[in-house]
Unconditional design. Structure first.
Length: 394
């Protein structure tokens, strides 16, 4: 009769005292575990992972039962769990020891700035660092000129700058565009104009482009020039430029209604139309002086002091008129002289006067017999009324 280990069920030789598989002691009849005299010794099979062996019933051979499917299913489930744990938690750690193998791509890669070509939309300063504060101007990039480099964040952490590819400076990106600026067919010389209605400002001379801003009536704008398709290029307060439609109409409004100017430096006459404006201004000044003179004062000394203060004060009157492409912005009566003010720079006013036959010196002076006459940049209170004045007087 076959002999089996009672611990692991391994088949044994008849003379074996120990199991060769698990080392368990094998009972020997009459020595280790004597069987009762009335019953013959019965060999017992131990449980294995696949089959279960039961002691034989009385009077017959061993009855072999079928597989224990509950035990088989449990074992298979354990194997699946172990495999899942391996792939979820252990596989990545065992796949390689290099740090690069375990870093996500987003942690090791960053966008590389690409060098591009840009155009200056207005004359732009080239600075020695990406900041308007504490930087030095190295030169200028003229309107329409191309520059190559890469965009970077400025030193303030918010503005964008172009770092020139040749390493020779930085330009504020607000003054640049990837599109070359349009040709200006009629320069307006940075003419100042106060809007008469709400105006839309576009990124390009095209109403299908991006809307940059919408300004209300009464907003002052600086007009650079008119494009071929009748848009006006305007300079924006924060830098850069924009475009407004209906350029010819706006340019006419900016210049105002034409006014005649026939200047005589020997008599300080500015022509009948402007002289008439000065005459009305004089009437108002005399009326105000008369009212001040008739006013009651605590003393004659107080009266004299008040009248002297008025006599030395300049009186201004704003205008919105045009003369040969120049914008006349005001007239003024001073203590012993008169002035006509222009929104245009002195060089432009001198150029127009020379074209009309006036002899204007390099310093802006105009020859006169006894009086002073000349063109110059404004200062003090006069700067509030224009960039340039044409003055005549003692």
């Amino acid at each position: 009769m076959a002999k089996y280990c009672i611990q692991c069920g391994t088949a044994l030789n008849e003379s074996a005292r120990f199991c060769g598989q698990c080392g368990a002691v094998v009972p020997v009849a009459g020595v280790d575990s004597p069987a009762p005299a009335s019953e013959p010794p019965v060999a017992t099979r131990a449980y294995t992972a696949v089959e279960q062996y039961e002691p034989a019933t009385e009077g017959g051979a061993d009855d072999k039962k079928g597989p224990n499917w509950l035990l088989i299913g449990g074992g298979a489930g354990l194997i699946v769990l172990l495999a899942l744990y391996y792939f979820l938690f252990l596989h990545d750690d065992m796949a390689g020891d290099n740090l690069e193998d375990r870093i996500q791509p987003a942690e090791v890669s960053e966008e590389v700035a690409i060098s591009k070509e840009f155009y200056a939309v207005t004359d732009a300063n080239i600075r020695d660092k990406a900041s308007t504060e504490g930087s030095t101007v190295l030169g200028k990039l003229l309107r329409g000129t191309a520059a190559t480099g890469k965009l970077i964040v400025g030193e303030d952490g918010t503005s964008n700058w172009l770092e020139l590819a040749d390493g020779k400076g930085f330009i504020a990106a607000i003054n640049l565009s990837e599109i070359q600026p349009p040709e200006i067919v009629k320069p307006l010389g940075d003419k100042s104009w106060t809007t008469d209605q709400a105006i839309e400002i576009w990124a390009q001379p095209d109403t299908a482009s991006t809307l940059v801003d919408r300004v209300a009536a009464g907003t002052p704008l600086t007009l650079f020039g008119i494009t071929a398709n009748d848009f006006i290029e305007v300079k924006l307060k924060k830098g850069g430029v924009g475009y407004i439609a209906d350029g010819a109409r706006i340019a006419e409004l900016a210049n105002g209604k034409p006014i005649a100017l026939a200047f005589n430096p020997n008599s300080c006459s500015f022509g009948p139309e402007i002289d008439a404006l000065f005459s009305k201004m004089g009437d108002r000044i005399r009326a105000n002086y008369k009212a001040l003179e008739n006013k009651e004062y605590p003393s004659e000394e107080a009266r004299a002091k008040a009248l002297v203060a008025v006599e030395g004060r300049s009186t201004f009157e704003k205008l919105q008129r045009s003369f040969e492409g120049l914008t006349v912005t005001a007239i003024a009566q001073h203590y012993e002289s008169q002035s006509v003010y222009f929104a245009d720079p002195a060089s432009r006013v001198i150029e127009v006067l020379r074209s009309k036959g006036y002899k204007v010196g390099k310093d802006g002076s105009i020859p006169s017999t006894d009086l002073y006459a000349g063109v110059g940049g404004t200062s003090g209170e006069g700067a509030r009324y224009g960039k340039t004045d044409l003055s005549c007087g003692v």
